[in-house]
Ligand binder design. Structure first.
Ligand code: SAH
Ligand code: SF4
Ligand code: F3S
Length: 478
């Protein structure tokens, strides 16, 4: 999903501890750390909201916490090892304060369920992504000395009525979940098992949340879902498959939702992630082209450039289909930033098939990419049906080739931004100096420039006259 630089993410996003500026008055202290994708970080904001409502205050120091929650990711083996290592650190807290509780939330909790309690003696509470409303209950059970678990997946839960407590926020950009779960069953992927069936959130609650954020000074929202293109609000209850043509026509699809959010205010930027190549329609592209405040940026994971591998991955599209979608983007939104996800060394991937990923990258020239070696996940279709037979060193070498090529392409794409004026939403100080501000252009590239009298939340036009490999550098012009 959305990120500022190209990187190989082997173990998903780094763990990030809770950082909240809201009412910190409760007597019991909560430490919450999140791993994985933006949806997980967004869920942590729901968890924080539920617990602050129950009188908890927050801390960024786990050693003084009464409750430690880790919101986990199961996407690759590396993501899980990271969490297990982290749990070791929390042993110290229990030694000092035997009453302290440790809870594992999210995708790894859902995947391992009660096994977690058996394997990790330290853990008191295990909660899956659809059971966060039950947290206060589960905490009470755990306080009474029982081990508490709720990993029930729901077909309806979207936490639509809860107001997330924004964590680690810059006060300018925020995420809004629009769907939960995934119905796609890509053969490599654990998400359908950890997050359950896909469901769309009531658009009124999405619009309300966006409006509320704008009123608080936020200037950009990113609509989140595993496959945003399959968003469909049918008035509640009914699944897509059950709809008559008439009911389908009366329901709200992703393009229509996007338009409604864009219409809230021209000064509210809108982004979304993740698009799925099999479902991304021209209707969405036309809406993007129509509204200035919908950012020209699409994250369109390809996974592989070879049709045979894509079929084994059960992605629902071929190389040709993907390239046709790319052409549609270039035609309808000529200056669109495009990023992707790539997996190297999937079951049976030959050298020729790998070369097709390389040649597809050459054709597209992505702005950014997240690149991974295939990691077999228990219970997935690929685990049951195919052999994970590409040797580790071959996976690694192919990954390196992909990474090197992407680095070159990112450099080229960044250089193309030099000599032009970019509309930038200011997000805060640049990493290197408080005399410089940073923001992003519509394509999601980072732009830095002298601070002068500008502040975060401002829109500025920056003339870019220099760049590093991934950052544009310039000055504000009127
Ligand atoms: N819903 C998004 C992806 C969510 S997971 C989509 O369909 O594109 C984020 C990325 O992790 C995937 O795009 C994929 O590139 C990678 N990934 C998922 N499962 C993986 C596995 N078993 N091994 C390696 N990478 C994996
Ligand atoms: Fe996983 Fe595929 Fe769903 Fe993405 S679309 S979450 S890769 S099953
Ligand atoms: Fe990880 Fe779950 Fe997201 S497995 S990538 S945290 S949906």
């Amino acid at each position: 999903m959305n990120n500022s630089e190209n990187k190989v993410i082997d173990e998903s996003i780094q763990g990030q501890a809770l950082n909240v500026n809201s009412k910190n008055t409760g007597s019991k202290k909560l430490f919450l750390e999140s791993y994985g994708c933006q949806m997980n970080f967004s869920d942590s904001e729901i968890v924080a909201s539920i617990l602050i409502d129950k009188g908890y205050s927050t801390t960024q120091n786990f050693e003084e916490a009464d409750v430690i929650f880790v919101n986990t990711c199961a996407i690759r083996e590396g993501a899980e090892s990271k969490v297990r290592n982290r749990l070791n650190d929390f042993k110290r807290v229990k030694q000092k304060n035997p009453k302290a509780l440790v809870g594992v939330l999210g995708c790894m909790a859902e995947r391992l369920k009660a096994q977690f309690l058996e394997q990790e003696k330290l853990v008191d509470i295990v909660v899956g992504p659809d059971a966060y409303r039950d947290l206060p209950n589960l905490l009470e059970q755990a306080e009474d000395g029982h081990r508490a678990i709720n990993v029930i997946l729901s077909k309806e839960e979207t936490y639509a009525d809860l107001t997330p407590v924004r964590l680690g926020t810059n006060g300018v950009t925020a995420f809004i979940s629009i769907t939960r779960g995934c119905d796609n069953m890509c053969s490599f992927c654990v998400v359908p098992f950890t997050r359950g069936r896909e469901r769309s959130r009531d658009p009124e609650t999405i619009l309300h949340e966006a409006k509320d954020l704008f009123a608080q000074g936020y200037r950009e929202v990113t609509l989140l879902g595993q496959n945003v293109d399959s968003y469909l609000w049918t008035g509640g209850g009914l699944k897509k498959e059950q709809l008559t043509e008439e009911q389908k026509a009366a329901s709200l699809n992703f393009a229509q939702l996007l338009e409604k959010v864009a219409l809230l205010d021209p000064d509210l930027r809108v982004r979304f992630s993740t698009s799925h190549p099999k479902d991304m329609t021209d209707e969405v592209l036309h809406i993007m082209a129509k509204y200035e405040n919908i950012c020209n940026n699409i994250h369109l994971p390809v996974q592989s450039g070879n049709s045979n591998v894509l079929e084994k991955m059960n992605r629902g599209y071929s190389r040709e289909w993907y390239l046709e979608r790319m052409e549609a983007i270039r035609r309808i939104i000529p200056d669109c930033g495009i990023s992707t996800d790539i997996i190297t060394g999937f079951c049976g991937e030959t050298e020729e098939e790998h070369k097709e990923t390389i040649s597809l990258m050459e054709k597209v020239q992505y702005d950014f990419a997240y690149m991974f070696m295939y990691s077999e996940r228990p219970k997935t279709l690929a685990e049951r049906k195919y052999t994970d037979d590409v040797p580790e060193e071959v996976k690694k070498r192919r990954l390196q080739e992909v990474v090197d090529l992407q680095r070159k392409h990112s450099g080229i794409r960044t250089e193309q931004g030099v000599g032009k004026i970019h509309r930038v939403l200011v997000e805060g100080f640049s990493k290197k100096s408080d005399d410089m501000l940073m923001g992003r252009n519509s394509q999601n590239s980072v732009v830095v420039f002298p601070r002068e009298h500008y502040k975060k939340g401002d829109y500025v036009n920056v003339f870019v006259d220099a760049c590093t490999s991934s950052t544009l550098i310039g000055k504000v012009v009127s």
